[in-house]
Ligand binder design. Structure first.
Ligand SMILES: [Zn+2]
Length: 400
């Protein structure tokens, strides 16, 4: 005879009960583990977290299944002594949430078997949603939504959920969704006309109590399809969250929630088009800038340092400059932590830009290179940018 009679086996909606204390042990400081002769508290197991609640008003924070030694109720402080009769109360909102997720999982898992012969390999109740790993090949959103639709129809048909206690011999004659994890007598959960599976958890009285099931996302994981779903109160909470996000995004575009994807897609296209136009304008501006710079340089060598100019912009300017004959451009730019260089020469000018760039970048504590007529580079030693350019100019003038 097991130490603890498990009242939740016969009634998942029983939340108040009286029991006798069989054992009390002090665990780590301030925590006590209490074993009762009977309990309505469900201990962690089968992918479902444990119940919480109170024993004689003391907080039960966790319940652990210790097999034949009973259910350990982990209580904050000392709640009772051996042989005391205590009053237990299970937190109903947490129990209802877990029942909805767990019963919802039975229904969704059977929907995948019915439609696609795809068994569920594991199940977890997470903080805000749940996960099942399904042996579903070639998953698509459409395929998964078909199972979700069947599952919701079963919920709304409000089918009865019946507990059947059978021997292993009787079970062998039945068509169970899942192989039993234990030998001997079995507790089967039957969803009328839909699903029959061995399980020791807490379930709704009828499928309608699950409310609804919604899939948040899915992905391929370890050869299985991992599906994240929410049932009942969690599905509503998730809808509220998704609706809030969608409305906030829509407000940014000054449009309605359901029009936001189309408006956002239009904006992205416009953004790309604007970028193309900016680049074209930059090129025109570089031509004008090049004229001005060339006018101020008497010997065809243009040395110039800019602030906060990116490499692409420097290159555009360099190209515009060397479109003119006998021109050499030694350009630099700096921001807080980066110095950038672009060296270029026209086809008829002399000098090895690649060699100059390597020398200059060594001073910047960076790297760079390219071809004899065009090279780029940079480094993080920003304060040496002036010196690097002067050094390059000296080397250029020294060349034969
Ligand atoms: Zn179950």
């Amino acid at each position: 005879m097991p130490v603890t009679e498990r009242l939740y086996y016969s009634d998942s909606h029983l939340i108040e009960f009286e029991a006798r204390v069989v054992d009390v042990t002090d665990r780590v400081s301030g925590w006590t583990a209490i074993v009762l002769d009977r309990t309505a508290f469900y201990p962690t197991g089968g992918g479902q977290p444990s119940d919480t609640g109170t024993l004689n008003g003391a907080r039960v924070v966790e319940c652990i299944d210790d097999g034949d030694k009973g259910v350990l109720h982990v209580v904050q402080g000392a709640a009772a002594s051996r042989n005391d009769v205590v009053r237990g109360r299970v937190d109903w909102s947490r129990r209802l949430d877990h029942m909805q997720q767990h019963t919802g999982q039975h229904i969704l898992s059977q929907a995948f078997v019915t439609l696609f012969k795809a068994p569920t390999r594991s199940f977890r109740v997470l903080d805000a949603a749940c996960e099942i790993d399904v042996e579903l090949n070639n998953p698509t959103t459409e395929i998964i939504e078909r199972a979700v639709e069947l599952a919701n129809n079963v919920i709304w048909e409000d089918r009865a959920i019946v507990i059947r206690n059978v021997t292993s011999g009787e079970a062998a004659e039945l068509h169970l969704r899942k192989e039993p994890a234990r030998v001997g007598d079995l507790r089967l959960i039957e969803i009328e006309g839909f699903d029959l599976t061995p399980c020791g958890g807490t379930h709704a009285y009828r499928t309608g109590e699950v409310g609804m099931i919604a899939v948040r996302s899915w992905e391929r994981a370890k050869g299985l399809t991992r599906i994240e779903f929410a049932a009942g109160v969690r599905a509503l909470a998730d809808y509220r969250k998704a609706n809030k996000s969608a409305r906030e995004v829509a407000a940014l575009f000054s449009t309605g929630r359901d029009d936001a994807p189309q408006v956002a897609a239009q904006m992205v296209e416009e953004h790309k088009e604007l970028n193309r136009r900016v680049r074209a304008l930059e090129e025109m501006a570089a031509g004008v800038e090049a004229e001005t710079l060339r006018a101020s340089a008497s010997d065809g060598v243009i040395l110039k340092i800019f602030d906060g100019r990116d490499a692409e912009s420097l290159k555009k300017l360099a190209h515009a400059l060397i479109a003119h004959p006998q021109t050499i451009a030694l350009l630099g730019s700096r921001d807080n932590d980066t110095a950038r260089l672009v060296f270029a020469r026209s086809a008829d000018a002399s000098g090895d830009m690649n060699a100059l760039m390597r020398e200059a970048c060594a001073l910047l504590d960076g790297r760079g290179g390219g071809k004899p007529d065009m090279a780029q580079g940079g480094g993080k030693n920003v304060e040496k940018l002036d010196a690097a350019l002067t050094h390059a100019l000296t080397l250029l003038n020294r060349a034969p």
